[in-house]
Design a protein around this ligand. Structure first.
Ligand code: SF4
Length: 432
């Protein structure tokens, strides 16, 4: 898809090369996806990389957590020409092992605090920049609502229906009158050019603390990368709430229109709801000229990962054709919000996807209550990323951990957790 296919001019982002593709600079918007196979299973992972690339993924991400995964990645690299990206978790030093093998490294500012706490995050970013520079890699600063830089979190994340969602705006980091005017100008343009903004629940919200924290974190990292003379990077700002995705990306683009943006809704969940949520966020942004690459994160079994790419391509086709329906945002704004991770190689029990489906089906009776239920696939990110939901489930190898907010409620076999979840949901409803 070319720039001219979009109904409005795109932001003047700089080009960033990722292997054989370029994002930003007016280049076609690139669809990305991620493997859900075990990285150490080279055969399965190569097959999935090839399948995703053949479906239209310009970049394919692979999870790497261990030295064994790194060895597998070396073999995967030998067997495919696809553009590869990796996701660093807490172990930022792994970048030195993976950089020679991939085209892009994603790091999460919130994760730079865990390993070697005595070393500053600025030093760690310097290390990543050195490694990326030596090995011809791009970087993505991947800010995620579930793991925001703790130094930026000023108050607890608001839950669905929380009045904090509508607190008054306060100035953005480094925001002066000029920046504010530019932001407002873009906001006006977004509203005037996208029917989604004009008529639906996805109107830009005032800045809430969560949006502010994500924004501050991303801008701070951009400033450091610029000071280090490293410009081959993009930024992502992902939330599970489509309205907040629109808000935070719109505000970031107003301050840094030069930085390419990777768009997506984190923990969007099962199709079709996950696709609706993602469209509700991405379509108005693209229609306003914001966004250079995207991923539709869907909770599907490993064998159906290509659906992420198909959904992403369909979104681009819709925007190019001027099909900017507001039905998505209405559907995405339903009170009961089930969020679930897209699964990846870290899932330890294949029953995770089935459990997410059972949660959705068993809680339909509560559709009118503004309650968030999070279902996460692993113990790496599950414990932290369920803290902010009203009810959370994260999956271990043999059992499911149930929580109310950040309070653990117990560990249950996969086939026994749903009745307990419903009892907790009933109690929540009764208390409202
Ligand atoms: S929560 Fe775990 S399994 Fe799910 S996408 Fe994140 S890392 Fe992968």
């Amino acid at each position: 898809m070319t720039q001219s296919a979009f109904p409005t001019p795109r932001n003047p982002t700089r080009p960033v090369k990722i292997g054989s593709v370029v994002i930003g600079g007016g280049h076609p918007v690139v669809v990305q996806s991620m493997c859900a196979t075990k990285t150490a299973n080279v055969e399965a992972t190569v097959a999935q990389v090839e399948q995703l690339a053949a479906t239209g993924a310009g970049v394919v991400r692979i999870a790497v957590d261990t030295k064994r995964d790194c060895e597998a990645l070396a073999e995967i690299r030998r067997r495919t020409n696809a553009n590869l990206s990796v996701d660093l978790q807490e172990n930022y030093r792994l970048a030195a092992d993976v950089a020679p093998l991939v085209d892009k490294i994603r790091y999460n500012p919130g994760h730079l605090y865990h390993h070697e706490p005595e070393r500053s995050w600025q030093d760690k970013v310097r290390f990543l920049v050195d490694v990326a520079g030596q090995h011809d890699c791009a970087l993505r600063v991947g800010v995620n609502c579930g793991s925001v830089d703790p130094a930026k979190t000023t108050s607890p994340r608001p839950l669905a229906g929380d009045p904090a969602k509508t607190t008054s705006p306060r100035p953005l980091a480094g925001e002066g009158p000029g920046v504010r005017a530019a932001s407002e100008s873009i906001a006006r343009r977004v509203r005037s050019e996208s029917p989604l903004f004009a008529d639906t629940n996805i109107k830009p919200l005032p800045v809430n603390p969560q949006v502010q924290a994500m924004l501050d974190s991303a801008l701070e990292h951009c400033e450091l990368l610029d000071r280090l003379g490293f410009t081959r990077y993009c930024v992502s700002l992902k939330d599970s709430d489509p309205a907040r995705v629109v808000e935070v990306n719109r505000r970031f683009a107003a301050v840094r229109p030069d930085v390419p943006l990777h768009l997506g809704v984190t923990e969007a969940g099962l199709p079709p709801e996950g696709i609706l949520k993602t469209r509700a966020a991405i379509v108005p942004l693209l229609a306003a000229g914001i966004g250079d690459t995207l991923r539709v994160s869907l909770t599907v079994p490993a064998g159906r990962k290509r659906e992420e790419v198909e959904a992403g391509r369909q979104i681009l086709a819709n925007v190019a054709a001027g099909r900017l329906s507001d039905e998505d945002s209405a559907a995405a704004a339903r009170p009961l919000n089930i969020i679930s991770c897209p699964s990846c190689s870290r899932v330890e029990n294949e029953a995770f996807v089935e459990l997410a489906e059972q949660v959705r089906d068993a809680t339909r009776y509560a559709a009118d209550y503004p309650i968030t239920i999070a279902v996460m696939g692993c113990r790496v990110n599950g414990p932290g990323e369920t803290d902010h939901a009203d009810l959370g489930l994260w999956c271990g190898p043999d059992a499911v951990h149930l929580k109310r907010g950040s309070t653990p409620l117990g560990v249950f076999p996969y086939d026994q957790v749903i009745p307990r979840l419903k009892a907790e949901l009933d109690a929540l409803i009764a208390g409202r």
